[in-house]
Design a protein around this ligand. Structure first.
Ligand code: CS2
Length: 481
């Protein structure tokens, strides 16, 4: 701890009783949903205090417990850094240490919402189909040990089973991850898992439960050690776990909660809608689609952050090209939204030099991200005779990336649940065409029809060959000139 500096303390005032359990307490939720929920309680009251759950590691709890679970959220704006102390967390549980405490908390009738940010891979589904992966070792574990679950899905089903048995209504499951129709996907995997346990339970979840889909947006780079030092110097308080975020935020939520029980989110700028799909397509494809494209191409080109990519004239033009020619032409804009304004604002967000969002961080878990970010657009463009060369270049860059060697011949630290398999496929093939063919066989990522499409395959081979032969920057330059 920085010497002579007091530890951060909770903001004064009464503490709200717990109404929400949040699974997967990472920086994103603490910089997004938690702040909205705190503001909603300040505006309209309600018992919506949050118990966070770390699924695996105790670090987050251990860092925050000495400061009574308060933390600093720092807005990184063009005019400087603005810290706010957030006191909405009532505690943090660590599921691996004590799954029973988590199940008890989730079974408490006072808990009305279980929200989640467990990242794409946390749903143990097949990204290309959205179905539960029944061969997932953790799912096999949770089916065999229902009172000792390790996955969010196992925890939700067990807690719902206990509520069902006790005659307590289900909680609303509020997914806040970047999945397409995220509520529907979670409902699907939860129902499939529940049906393997007890048909009656699955029926009850289907009729009484609620799984609203949401679109979440705020850029939240991982907190770095130097951020912790800077926050201490800025605020005069030591916070072991601050979060850093951009000024922009958006949360669009389908207004379907069990008994309508939720914080007054509409009061604080959350958009409550009947159908989130157009918002979520826009966001996943425009933002996350280009984020991943810049992450793979930028990483290969030696760019450390998205802001560095945005400052590179060729990568910037490539990103604008993707939006204008390949992504937005097939999108249906949400009511009242101009896609041109939306993407222009996105570019300004990317260019914010205060946000040091690493390409390596965004490149993680590509196998779980590609389908909803890039491949859906590719499939629709192929069907409608629209261009795909920019998107295919991004997918080819991912193929190079998972090969595990950068353009200088240095190893890449590839983080992905399928990393070993992807590397094996890439290493086992010796020409660009063979590598593309090998990686296209991964059905969890590429659906059969897309993998079999000759235009897609040939465009990928051309792109891969260029990336391997002349590097990412030259390939991009040639493509957009
Ligand atoms: C990013 C997202 O890490 C990633 O894959 O694309 O976390 C992105 O920053 C958020 O979705 C922005 O809302």
């Amino acid at each position: 701890m920085a010497e002579g500096i007091d530890r951060l303390t909770r903001p004064e005032g009464p503490r709200a009783a717990t109404g929400i359990v949040h699974l997967g307490l990472g920086a994103f939720f603490r910089a997004h949903g938690a702040i909205y929920i705190e503001e909603a309680m300040k505006a309209s009251g309600g018992d919506w205090g949050i118990i966070g759950v770390s699924l695996m590691r105790p670090d987050q709890r251990d860092a925050m417990a000495p400061q009574d679970f308060a933390y600093t959220a720092v807005e990184l704006g063009p005019d400087g850094e603005h810290p706010h102390v957030i006191g909405v967390l009532n505690g943090v549980l660590v599921a691996r240490e004590n799954p029973e405490a988590v199940l008890e908390q989730m079974s408490d009738p006072a808990v009305k919402i279980v929200s989640l940010t467990v990242t794409e891979k946390g749903y143990c589904h097949e990204p290309s189909t959205g179905k539960l992966n029944r061969n997932h070792p953790d799912i096999i574990h949770d089916l065999a040990h229902p009172d000792n679950p390790v996955t969010a899905i196992g925890m939700i089903v067990r807690a719902l089973a206990r509520r069902h048995a006790a005659g307590v209504k289900p909680f609303t499951v509020l997914c806040c991850d970047n999945l397409p129709e995220n509520g529907r996907v979670v409902k699907g995997v939860v129902s499939e898992f529940a049906a393997l346990v007890d048909e009656d339970l699955a029926r009850w979840i289907g009729t009484e439960g609620a799984f609203p889909s949401t679109m979440v947006d705020r850029i939240v780079p991982a907190t770095k050690p130097e951020d912790i030092e800077r926050v201490a110097a800025m605020t005069g308080r030591f916070d072991a776990s601050p979060v850093m975020h951009e000024p922009f935020r958006q949360w669009v939520v389908e207004d379907r909660f069990v008994d309508g029980a939720r914080p007054d989110l509409g009061k604080v700028g959350v958009e409550l809608v009947d159908n989130v799909t157009p918002y979520e397509h826009m966001k996943l494809r425009c933002l996350n689609g280009t984020h991943s494209s810049l992450a793979y191409l930028g990483y290969l080109a030696g760019k450390e952050t998205i802001a560095e990519c945005a400052a590179d004239a060729d990568l910037a033009r490539f990103c604008q090209y993707l939006w204008a020619k390949e992504i937005t032409p097939g999108l249906k804009a949400p009511p009242g939204v101009s896609l041109a304004d939306y993407t222009a604002a996105l570019f300004t967000r990317y260019a914010n030099p205060a946000i040091r969002h690493r390409t390596w961080q965004i490149a993680m878990d590509g196998s779980q991200k590609l389908p909803q970010r890039l491949l859906g657009t590719v499939a629709e463009n192929l069907a409608a005779d629209r261009p795909i060369s920019g998107l295919a270049l991004a997918v080819a860059a991912w193929m190079r990336y998972v090969g595990g060697v950068d353009e200088q011949g240095k190893p890449i630290d590839v983080r992905d649940p399928l990393a070993a398999r992807l590397k094996g496929l890439s290493d086992g093939a010796h020409t660009p065409a063979a590598k593309v063919a090998a990686l296209l066989t991964v059905r969890e990522i590429f659906p059969e029809t897309l993998a079999a499409n000759d235009t897609f395959r040939n465009t990928l081979v051309t792109a891969y060959t260029r990336l391997a032969g002349q590097g990412a920057l030259k390939t991009i330059k040639d493509m957009i000139s």
